[in-house]
Design a binder for this molecule. Sequence first.
Ligand code: FAD
Ligand code: DHB
Length: 421
Amino acid sequence: MLPAPRRAGNGVAHVEPDDGKRLTVPSVGDLMRTQVGIIGAGPAGLLLSHLLHLQGIESVVLETRGREQIESTIRAGVLEQGTTDLLEASGVGERMKAEGALHHGFELAFDGKRRRIDLKALTGRCITVYAQHEVIKDLVAARVAAGGAILFGVSDVSIRNIDTSAPSIQFVHQGQSHTLDCDFVIGCDGSQGVSRSAIPERVRRDFERVYPFGWFGILVEGAPSADELIYARHYRGFALVSTRSPTVQRMYFQCDPTDSVHNWSDDRIWAEMHARVDSADGQCVVDGKIFQKNIVGMRSFVSTAMQHGRLFLAGDAAHIVPPTGAKGLNLAVSDVRILSRGLDAYYQTGDEAQLASYSHLALKRIWRAEHFSYWMTRMMHRLDDASPFEQQLQIAELEHVTTSQTAARSMAENYVGSVVV
Ligand code: FAD
Ligand code: DHB
């Protein structure tokens, strides 16, 4: 049985920004209280805290890293229209609208040619290229402006009593141990966090596929190579040409996940990008000054259910997709959209039905995105275990999605994301 729902302001710790950068939560001794305790200040945790605030629900966000760190970690770039619509509707989309780039399509490069997928014509929708860390900056700024509580640099986070109506989070902040009592705990702490393992193994089922390749990512000072993103399949391996701004470009190429960035000189990187992306008709990748290199591994992963008692998981804490379909951040956003509605219903009327259906509802979209990301990954990457026959099938599939209107529309619908309900 859930306790009587109550709106923010009823005995909930009030929160003041201290220096406008770091926030503190006034506490009685080491004890703090809020309605929703959120672990992790990634896109999932920050957006949830922001949406709850708009609904009059108090939350506290606990984050192990510092503000500067979360605001400068380079990750995603492609936002679905459903994501940008929500950011705009909730008042945090102004800078994204001004600085993000609207893309009406993307290109598939294979067999020495390039073919365009016209997202707008096929689906009526578009994507926006706007860096994840810029979304983070916008969300942190909004929470700070609203006096929201984000505790940076916490450690030793553990979750207690999720099987009861009085869960809590224990953590250390600035050398002191604290307990945050709350009505709900939301684990938004990414794939390496502690929340998922707080769900007992006997009620959890995990599904996983690890890929034997990774992505080598570079940030480049220079001009864009094309007006739209290029996803390239080449026998040497996959490559992706993306962008961040008219003067900063983002590119990736398939690599051994155990490789080191130190093995890759700038010249070697450009030779590889040209070999994989340049087309027979003379369209070439534009070189620039590489100022950041990193390697990420690739995994498909889903943990079910995404709820146990008073603990809910959202975003990468519950599921991972390989980045080929550009879905991870967008899934995190759709999770917290569903959760915020469920929490709103609970605090407005005491209705628990929406919260109870969270996992079921979220997983429908998650499995669709898992399939799309897996499919795209298999079609675009060099698969070392693939026979020459299977390699020809990759080309046949690419021919199909770029010549059949029906196949192209299916791909485009998946890429721009499901229509949000
Ligand atoms: P995270 O962003 O991982 O945030 C979790 C936060 O929790 C972190 O700040 C972490 O420090 C914190 N944390 C961890 N443990 C604890 C703890 N114990 N206590 C407190 N805090 C903790 N997605 C897209 O939609 N589009 C793209 O174009 C795209 N491109 C990508 C490209 C690459 C190369 C990669 C690697 C990913 C890409 N993604 C993309 C995926 C996207 O970046 C992630 O899915 C997204 O960051 C998930 O957000 P999240 O809030 O769930 O988790
Ligand atoms: C970017 C990342 C992706 O995973 C993707 O599919 C497209 C673009 C990017 O970082 O720009």
